[in-house]
Design a protein around this ligand. Sequence first.
Ligand SMILES: [Zn+2]
Length: 99
Amino acid sequence: MGKRTFNYITHIRNTSDHRPKFNRSWIDFWKEEAGQSSPKCCIYGCPNKADRGAHVYLDEERSWWIVPVCSECNPPDNSSWDVKANTIAVEARGSGQWA
Ligand SMILES: [Zn+2]
């Protein structure tokens, strides 16, 4: 699994049919891969705890990654957001239904 840091994200639309293996949620997938059990929302300036994983592009790259966000920071559109320094993104493998 790829992991990396980055400067900003762009949300990917229409990803609700894309599920991680083993019937996990995306935030559980992220916690296991990143090794962090109680992440904060990665969006710059947001103090909330992350309760979901968002599908995003990193910077100019156009492969799929997962980052931890809160409900307020996961809009169903393709908006771009700055992220906190040292946020870890985990690659969402697979272009099909299962990562
Ligand atoms: Zn947030």
